[in-house]
Design a protein around this ligand. Structure first.
Ligand SMILES: [Zn+2]
Length: 391
């Protein structure tokens, strides 16, 4: 079977790919078929056409990702039509089972592909679940997908909450069942009607494009590896500059006292015994090491315009590790919040951000007053940064 020409004739997504991406798609389809055990149930005959059609849905969803083969789900069972789940006794069209297998009703799988713009696609829907749960039981999820998902969630929760309350959406109603169904419904809409999605929910479309590292251009073609450039276009709302917002408290101020003590003892040692006394120099070296330790630990964080500035060091080692991060690259903000004698206190926070191809975590200790804390959280939430407050 000539897979590329079969896909060219039957798969509208494949038709919209650049020729180099078609080669990548074809390669992944073959690998997917090799790596999965695909078996028919109730006398369903699994032909090569079935295998390629099935694999194409998974490959379409994950074409922008590095870890793409959903390896936790190694077994795929195909029924001719709707089937009864032996445990729940309910009829199913498809299923992504946490036991590591997936099931499809083939008639419904093909029905999903038949109308490519009705926002219903069983294959993409179930593989959406599989992608969401692929990092299970020691199996590797895609690094970027897994880390960016929190930011996607911060954006998605707005539309999801509206749907839960019964408001109409361009996303189909089934997405309101739970956040996993919501993600799969978003996936179906993302591929089947990108223009309507983009027009009505531009920010959610934008973050979904980043998450999946692919998007549909105005001319309808598929653009891969777009996340870096799209992240730069992330809509960032200014956070008012307020250096008091994140007032840093040195967690290891003991190092300052140690450095000072070593300097003082060193000076006494010099006064007493003159220049050539070696212990004085050893004390000065120890003072220097304490100081460097302090500088290495010292971090100052504040917002300036559309950026979060992280400064490290402040005298000897100033600047080399400082970062200016667009708010668009922040992923999540966790803070421990508690009340002491009716005074709110923030004891440490954790900021996760994306920087030149990697995700980083910065643990910070600072004190904030209640209005400053609220101001900070409001600003982050307005920018779709995932905010989590542990009380
Ligand atoms: Zn589902």
């Amino acid at each position: 079977m000539d897979i590329p020409s079969f896909l060219n004739n039957t798969n509208p997504y494949f038709q919209k790919l650049k020729s180099s991406d078609k080669a990548k798609f074809h390669d992944r389809v073959e690998k997917f078929i090799d790596r999965k055990s695909i078996t028919g149930r109730q006398n369903f005959l699994v032909t090569q056409e079935v295998r390629v059609t099935l694999a194409a849905a998974a490959v379409q969803l994950t074409l922008g990702l590095d870890t793409w083969d959903l390896d936790y789900f190694s077994q795929i069972l195909i029924y001719p039509s709707e089937y009864q789940n032996p445990q729940t006794r309910q009829m199913h069209k498809g299923e992504t089972n946490m036991g590591g297998f997936m099931c499809f009703s083939w008639i419904d799988f093909l029905r999903g592909n038949k109308t490519p713009d009705d926002k219903i696609n069983l294959g993409l829907h179930e593989f959406g679940h599989a992608l969401r749960f692929s990092g299970m039981q020691g199996h590797e999820p895609d690094y970027f997908f897994d880390n960016y998902f929190k930011r996607w969630l911060a954006c998605a929760s707005r539309e999801y909450t509206k749907m839960r309350k019964g408001y109409a959406s361009i996303l189909r109603k089934y997405g309101a069942v739970n956040i996993n169904e919501f993600f799969s419904v978003v996936v179906e809409t993302f591929f089947e009607n990108p223009q309507e999605f983009k027009t009505n929910l531009p920010e959610l479309y934008h973050h979904t494009s980043i998450l999946l590292n692919q998007t549909t251009a105005i001319d309808g073609s598929i653009v891969l590896n777009c996340r870096e450039s799209l992240m730069k276009l992330n809509i960032s709302k200014d956070i008012k500059e307020n250096r008091a917002l994140l007032k840093y408290v040195l967690p290891n101020s003991g190092a300052i006292y140690a450095a000072l003590l070593f300097v003082i003892f060193g000076c006494f040692s010099l006064l007493g015994d003159g220049y050539k006394h070696p212990p004085a120099y050893i004390l000065f070296i120890l003072a220097g090491l304490c100081w460097l330790h302090l500088e290495r630990k010292y971090t100052r964080v504040y917002f300036k315009g559309k950026n979060l500035i992280i400064e490290k060091g402040f005298f000897l080692t100033k600047n080399p590790h400082s970062k200016t991060l667009p708010i668009s690259q922040l992923i999540s903000f966790y803070a421990n919040y508690y009340e002491l004698d009716n005074t709110p206190k923030i004891e440490g926070c954790n900021i996760v951000f994306y920087y030149e191809g990697d995700f980083y975590e910065e643990n910070l200790y600072f004190e904030l007053s209640q209005p400053h804390f609220d101001q900070l959280c409001d600003a982050l939430i307005a920018n779709y940064v995932h905010v989590h407050i542990v009380r």
